[in-house]
Every structure is written in structure tokens, then in C-alpha cells.
Design a protein around this ligand. Structure first.
Ligand code: DOR
Length: 436
């Protein structure tokens, strides 16, 4: 018998409620057994004492940049970064060049993901041709392609035309597909460099008001009510949006939401030294917003933690703040930020973090071989040390890009092993040296 025996870890699987010490045996790409296992013949033994064994993480929001900006990231480099961050699936955002608005592009992204074979690459499709918000993209063909697209978004841009939103939702509902919005009213956000408030005033930068996000979130919730379409709100960042989602859920609407690690970890105060790595859309908000996002993650209003991993070339980020493009990388710091900012202060349990990073995003995307750790299931697994501390050193990222505001931060919580379809796709080198 070949495979892996992950021995003596704390197995946390929110999909079944399991949270207990157990061994996990991987054979032929599947979870062969979970329990007390003595007969594992020639399986490679991985000592997981003191470690958490969870389903692999599922990132609902990743910019892989291929096709078009392979200098910033490729499907191969993003997959390696994802594996290092404990992910076994990533949803590829369609704002590539060309835009993923047709079956041929999503199929290519999906096929390249399979060829690389480090994570499941799940392409999202654009809602509109060229993400211009005018003509509908080839949605039906993307759904029927081998990529089986389920989530559609013009991420990077909010869709401004409400009638277009309504018609697209009416179309998507027939397929039970998801309308996902980057909530940003373009007129209100025009020229904005950061969150609009006291800090933007004192720094002299034009701001993006919270209302730019909240107006569009409110509109989309009303249109989801009208059409019955599933709605997913991407990277929500304000207290007002969290409240809108909370109310929509209480009314039984089919609305889900995600939040990024940066929106629960740092505020607009991080912009005081004009670090372009802190420039992101939606912008970093206030203390009150961060508290509301954390409460939303705690009480289940926000379903998923999603990275919005947005690689940018050094020469583009390294210029005057107002010229730098928005976005930051996030795949390799997501777990560390979640444990440091959510678990250590007592806001969420480890099991709740696993549910927001794995079980719930897998359920929203309908990925039946992700987000669970059950006998017979595909072995998509993350093994992490919830107590290990480490310093963020961007030069050691697997990502091709380095644009993170967390350089030098000491984080708690480190991915030690990742398994995708039963193959080990990442192993932490420090852990490897220690066990040698
Ligand atoms: O900051 C961002 N960068 N937000 C987005 O929605 C898009 C992303 C990108 O593609 O760079």
C-alpha cells in the first residue's frame, strides 16, 4: 500500500462536525480511512501531532493573470502560491487579457490549471463582453463548457447599468448560476485613491465613500429579490454592507458574501506612509468597518474568507501612490492573518476559520470534492500548525509578485503540508528540516 498516513493530528472538518485527534490515511488520491490506523504498510508517515488536519482551503477570489500578464503571475506560479498557502482550489477571476468572457478562454484557463495539477482551478466567467457592462458575455456557453463555470462577475468593475444586472440575473437564474458583484458605483468612486473619511482629508487623497459600495450592494440585493437569482458579494468592506447582507439573509434571500484578510486585518491608517501596497479596491476602511467585518465573519453573515490575490509588477506598484494600480497578493498570508487576527484575539475558533476558508466557499461554488474530509472523498487536505510563528518575507513567496503590505509582520499559523488529489503539493521547508 502506498500513500500517506497523516498521524495524530487534530482533524477539523466543519462539514461533518468532526473535531478530534485521529489519523488520516491517503491511498490512490482518496481519503481511505480516518480513525486510529495501525495498518498503513508502506504509506509515508507524516507526524501531525500538534497540527490541524483540515480540508484544503478554497479561495473564491484569485487573480491568476494568465492570459495577459504572465510577468505578474501565471497559472503555474499562482497554483504553487496557492498550494503553499494551504489551498486546493482557486476561483480564477476573469479580468485577464483577453477577458474570460467566452468558452474558449475559460476552457483554456481550466485546462492549464489541470495541466499544472497543483490545485483545482475553477474559472469564473465575465458577466459582460470585455467587462464593459453593456453586452452579455457568452454565459450559456461557459456554463456548458468543460470548465462548467458557475460564478460570473465583472470583478475589478461594478456593473453600473441596473437593467443589465436585472437581465443577466434573469438569465443566470435558469442555470442556478451565481451573479457575483464587485460593488462600486463608478461615479461616486471616480478618482478615489482610498477610503473617504478623516484620513483621506488629512492625507489630501481623494476618497471613495462607503456609499459607493453600499448603494450597489443594496441595488443588487433588491434585484436578487426580484429575479430569484443567487447573488454573491465580493470582498465586502464596510459596516453598512455587512448589515445589508445580514438583513438579506434574515429575509431568506439567496445572498452570500466574502471578505478578504486585508479588510479584517488593517485599516486606512496603513496608508499614512503612502505605501502603494496598501492601495486596493475596495479600499482599506476604518476601525468600525474592520470590527463589523469580523463580526460578520463570526456570526456567519459573511460566508467566506477570500484572498482577492492581485499580483502587480514591481515597476507598476513602485510609483507615486495615485498612479499605482490597486491590489495586493494574499494566497500565502491568508491563513496566518486569519489565525493572528481572528483566532488569537478570540473572535473565531479554528473550526470556524476552516469553515470560512474551505467548507463554505466549496459549498457556494458547488465543488463536491473540496471542503470536506470524509472517507472515500478526494484527498484535498491542508495540514497546518496553529501555533507556529513566522515572519512574512515576500522574497520567499511562490507568487511571482511581491506586492504585500504585510512584509516583516510576524504571523501565527503556518501551513505545513498541502495535499491535492492525494499528492503532496507543498511542504514547509522549515518543518522539513526540523523533522530531518
Ligand atoms: O484591488 C483590486 N485589484 N481589486 C480588484 O477588484 C481587482 C484587483 C486586480 O485585478 O488587480
Amino acid at each position: 500500500m502506498t500513500g500517506y498516513l497523516i498521524a495524530g493530528g487534530r482533524v477539523v472538518d466543519p462539514s461533518s462536525g468532526q473535531d478530534a485527534t485521529a489519523d488520516v490515511l491517503i491511498v490512490d488520491g482518496k481519503v481511505a480511512e480516518i480513525g486510529s490506523i495501525s495498518d498503513a504498510a508502506d504509506a509515508q508517515v507524516i507526524d501531525a501531532k500538534g497540527l490541524i488536519v483540515s480540508p484544503g482551503f478554497v479561495d473564491m477570489h484569485t487573480h491568476l493573470r494568465e492570459p495577459g500578464r504572465e510577468d505578474e503571475e501565471t497559472i503555474a506560479s499562482a497554483s504553487a502560491a496557492a498550494a503553499a498557502g494551504g489551498f486546493t482550489a482557486v476561483c480564477a477571476m476573469p479580468n485577464t487579457d483577453p477577458v474570460a468572457d467566452s468558452a474558449s478562454i475559460v476552457e483554456k484557463v481550466w485546462a492549464l490549471g489541470r495541466e499544472v495539477g497543483l490545485v483545482q482551478v475553477v474559472p469564473a466567467g465575465a458577466l459582460s463582453k470585455g467587462q464593459k457592462g453593456e453586452k452579455m458575455a457568452d454565459i450559456g456557453e461557459m456554463i456548458q463548457s468543460p470548465a462548467k463555470v458557475r460564478l460570473f462577475t465583472d470583478d475589478g468593475h461594478g456593473v453600473q447599468d441596473s437593467l443589465f444586472v436585472r437581465r443577466t440575473m434573469e438569465y443566470l437564474v435558469a442555470f442556478d448560476a451565481i451573479y457575483a458583484e464587485h460593488c462600486e458605483d463608478a461615479a461616486l468612486a471616480a478618482g478615489g485613491q482610498m477610503h473617504e473619511g478623516d484620513r483621506s482629508m488629512s492625507l489630501g487623497l481623494r476618497g471613495v465613500p462607503a456609499a459607493a459600495e453600499e448603494l450597489m450592494a443594496a441595488r443588487d440585493i433588491e434585484l436578487a429579490r426580484l429575479t430569484g437569482c443567487r447573488l454573491h458579494l465580493l470582498h465586502i468592506s464596510t459596516a453598512g454592507t455587512v448589515e445589508l447582507v445580514r438583513k438579506a439573509k434574515a429575509e431568506g434571500l439567496r445572498v452570500t458574501a466574502e471578505a478578504t484578510p486585508h479588510h479584517f486585518s488593517i485599516t486606512d491608517s496603513a496608508l499614512e506612509n503612502f505605501d502603494p501596497n496598501c492601495k486596493v479596491n475596495p479600499p482599506l476602511r476604518t476601525d468600525d468597518d474592520v470590527r463589523a467585518v469580523i463580526e460578520g465573519l463570526r456570526d456567519g453573515t459573511i460566508d467566506a474568507i477570500a484572498t482577492d490575490h492581485a499580483p502587480h509588477a514591481l515597476e507598476e506598484k513602485d510609483q507615486e501612490f495615485s498612479y499605482a494600480p490597486p491590489g495586493m497578493v494574499g494566497l500565502e498570508t491568508a491563513l496566518g492573518l486569519a489565525i493572528t487576527k481572528l483566532v488569537e484575539p478570540g473572535h473565531l475558533s479554528i473550526a470556524e476559520v476552516v469553515s470560512r476558508m474551505s467548507t463554505q466557499p466549496a459549498a457556494i461554488l458547488g465543488l463536491d470534492q473540496q471542503g470536506r474530509l470524509a472517507r472515500g472523498a478526494t484527498a484535498n487536505i491542508c495540514v497546518f500548525d496553529p501555533a507556529a510563528t513566522w515572519r512574512v518575507e515576500p522574497s520567499s513567496f511562490r507568487s511571482l509578485s511581491r506586492n504585500t503590505p504585510f512584509r516583516g509582520w510576524e504571523l501565527t499559523g503556518k501551513v505545513v503540508h498541502t495535499f491535492f488529489e492525494g499528492r503532496e503539493t507543498s511542504r514547509d521547508q522549515v518543518a522539513e528540516l526540523e523533522s530531518a
